[in-house]
Design a protein. Sequence first.
Lengths: 375, 375
Amino acid sequence: MTVDFAALATPGVRSLQPYIPGKPIEELERELGISNSLKLASNENPLGSSPLALEAAQRAAAELHLYPDDIGFRLRQRLAAEHGVSADQVLLGAGSSDVISMVVRAFLGPGRNGVFAQHAFAMYPIYTQASGAECRAAVALPADHPDMPYGHDLQSLAAAVDENTRVLFIANPNNPTGTWLNAPELKAFIAALPAEVVVVLDEAYTEYVQQSDFPNGIGWLGEFPNLIVTRTFSKIYGLAGLRVGYGIANPELLAVVSRVRHPFNVGSMGLAAAEAALDDPSFVARSAEVNHLGLRQLESALDQLGLGRIPSVGNFLTLDLGRPATDCYQALLRQGVILRPLANYGMPQHLRVTVGTEEQNARFISALEQVLKAC
Amino acid sequence: MTVDFAALATPGVRSLQPYIPGKPIEELERELGISNSLKLASNENPLGSSPLALEAAQRAAAELHLYPDDIGFRLRQRLAAEHGVSADQVLLGAGSSDVISMVVRAFLGPGRNGVFAQHAFAMYPIYTQASGAECRAAVALPADHPDMPYGHDLQSLAAAVDENTRVLFIANPNNPTGTWLNAPELKAFIAALPAEVVVVLDEAYTEYVQQSDFPNGIGWLGEFPNLIVTRTFSKIYGLAGLRVGYGIANPELLAVVSRVRHPFNVGSMGLAAAEAALDDPSFVARSAEVNHLGLRQLESALDQLGLGRIPSVGNFLTLDLGRPATDCYQALLRQGVILRPLANYGMPQHLRVTVGTEEQNARFISALEQVLKAC
């Protein structure tokens, strides 16, 4: 007896292509038969995590047989204080992608649509399609744009919105391009949207940004009832392995989104480590500084090599090889350096590199020089 | 400007009532101003976790800044060997409820329906409704049934299935009733279902069961292409805080369900601890034995008190107070003993108690005696 389960799946899932994550070092080394490789593919913090967070995670191990605090009482209180909001404005997720998934499950489905920019984070279209809603990808700014090549095109995004749009996604800065929107342009854009469109402002990389006109969406919640800002502990806080993120919005919006939260969605060690990580602002500051210097190091090396790149304010940089990037990606792999190919983002000539420590960046540059000579 | 976000939500979410989890001790003690309370409300393992699992979780803390292995390569290999299946038959979840949610998101939506038994695990209707599908709750066996009061009624379940049914949920044993189905009756029931109905066989408590005719659904996969068996590390393995569960099915079915898995859905510490927990079968055996003795202890004490109870093979027992249970629940709370009220399961006269250690059970029985005298 054969059953075609793909045909029985919901309309959105029938042709759904799941997310392709960066390969863990362990798996890659297994495949290639190499060791001592350098992974600069998943925008992880090269400094690790705060020692305070590690200690808190290890202390929490004593009670692993107990379910986590479902509502994350203490961490939500702590985040509320951190951001000057009330605890009922904070929703925890297993990474910020969990919060984004909740918004989709609450507001998108057949007959509705979600709007996002071309080259934006891959989970926006994946979640949208899985819900059965229509995916509307607005064209990005052109590759030869003088200020922000591949950036979000706000006019194009606005034009994609219609009466069936229920969610609009903006990543600021955007992953995988590193491009960004400044405060005045983004605020005016959100203000002009219908209030029935829930705006997901994904600020996963915001703590790395040093531009003076870069916005903090949380400060706009008083003006925009339809805004939810998402943040994560996976990037600058160095807790990717524990899966903790959060969303901040007005209580009325958050109450509806919370209805589809899975019980116990954040584990006990994640709750404990995230809380402790907030008590170590110097770790965050040092991480931002190392990233700032690393970005400059990579930019000047790439410029010397004559390679194109997209301007970035995140903890990663996207190279433009000017030809299909697969060979270069594979050649770097054989040198033990793992980058992220972007063909699934519609950018087959680009590779994304995570900013590492000074030594890691140097090793990557050296490997890249070797590879460019050979191919 | 006011926006009615509930009205803008998807049809299923508009009237969705989320799951009500058991309160963490910390929160309850905060509310009541008490300390040293005893929580027997969430079917957690009173022996804690295997020391091997704790050590593995703590070792994993060194790499918390890295994303987990998205596909859980090692744990899936280990589970495949454990159950005599191939690794592509194993899907990991953040608890088995995550796997159940994936089945729903892959196969349920508007115009379809999900079938489950009255008094079955609360997440079946919650996930089904959230998807926009119709919830079909089959009436349970009657309260005065001689063998299995409140048990799954297989005739009633079969009658609820129609051409739009895509998922049918069976918990064996069932939570919160503790009732079960034996191998011949359950196998015949599944064999008679249309193969287009995906059967979720939720075996979260299976490791506790000692009945000789109790089935292992994994052994039936060769016969049923539409069967997915779910298991968890949250119960007998004592890792509820880390959120790890799994589903086992044929590769064709699992490939479709996996499309809606969230990337990195199981954290690094969970992967490491679960793998180590499988290396400690003596911890599992001891947990099962303590539970077996504890069930007998509770049963005989309740019989002496003249209180009704539902026969259970899980790590919990459901008492029938013969009148609304709220007063008794509250009075026990004031004695520092936390049980699970079942009004949201349509069982307002029942309370569920988790089997604890001998001392914990004795403390509960003593508190119950006090409470019954007073109310």
